[in-house]
Write a protein that binds this ligand. Structure first.
Ligand SMILES: C[S@@+](CC[C@H](N)C(=O)[O-])C[C@H]1O[C@@H](n2cnc3c(N)ncnc32)[C@H](O)[C@@H]1O
Length: 213
């Protein structure tokens, strides 16, 4: 029976469990479909929201934020946790401006802080420690981002990394591209380092969920 399970069917089943979203979130999802923009999508968004609620995150830092879809899931969790801040960082001025509009329409203005910058550099400059860090930057940079993340996550804090399956490329032995090697290396380092407790959750393109001991 397990062999008969179909990947698309499993993913659709997971997505169907996500409760109805705000119309603005639906608009963002439709835009992603129409333009093939790689947002995390509802099932991974719901998991991010759930984890942020579980660790009672009040300070969240996003690396590579796009037009604010994943940001909105974290902002909702932070608001329900009693308030705090979610750092939206992307190096594209236009995406940052679009994110501001969506975030305002969703009513998360007081929570989200916007920065147009290379994301790892922005994290290195940020003050204080974070409860949760979400990494969705270019995959080539995944390994180098880890040292900065380790210095900015509180003990017991959670790192979530998107694209851990990298559309199946992590399984293709012949794929030695920098991006695929970046995903493989970050995965291996988080899984092997006893300072982290790590699982790969195969929702959508795979999320690494790692808790800092
Ligand atoms: C995969 S998309 C983000 C999707 C977003 N997490 C969501 O689910 O709504 C990644 C975005 O971050 C930008 N980006 C990639 N690497 C970056 C970096 N090192 N610094 C800043 N922005 C980066 C990309 O240009 C792209 O717009």
């Amino acid at each position: 029976m397990r062999d008969e399970m179909n990947w698309g069917q499993v993913q659709r089943h997971c997505a169907a469990l996500v409760p109805e979203r705000d119309a603005e979130m639906r608009t963002m999802e439709t835009h992603a479909k129409e333009t093939s923009f790689p947002i995390v999508g509802p099932a991974a968004g719901q998991l991010c929201y759930q984890i942020a609620r579980m660790v009672r995150a009040r300070r969240v830092f996003e690396l590579g934020s796009g037009y604010g879809y994943s940001t909105a899931w974290f902002a909702r969790a932070v608001r329900e946790n009693g308030g705090g801040e979610v750092h939206h960082v992307v190096w594209d001025e236009d995406l940052s401006a679009r994110a501001r509009k969506h975030v305002a329409r969703l009513g998360f203005n007081g929570i989200v802080r916007f920065q147009v910058s290379e994301a790892v550099e922005a994290l290195a400059r940020a003050e204080g420690l974070f409860d949760l860090i979400f990494n969705d930057i270019e995959k080539e940079r995944y390994p180098d981002s880890l040292a900065v993340i380790e210095g900015k996550l509180r003990p017991g804090g959670v790192l979530i990394v998107d694209n851990a399956l990298w559309h199946g490329r992590v399984f293709e032995r012949a794929d030695r591209s920098e991006a695929t090697r970046g995903v493989r290396e970050l995965t291996r380092r988080l899984a092997e380092d006893p300072a982290w407790i790590t699982s790969l959750v195969p929702i959508r393109d795979g999320l690494l969920v790692a808790m800092r001991r």
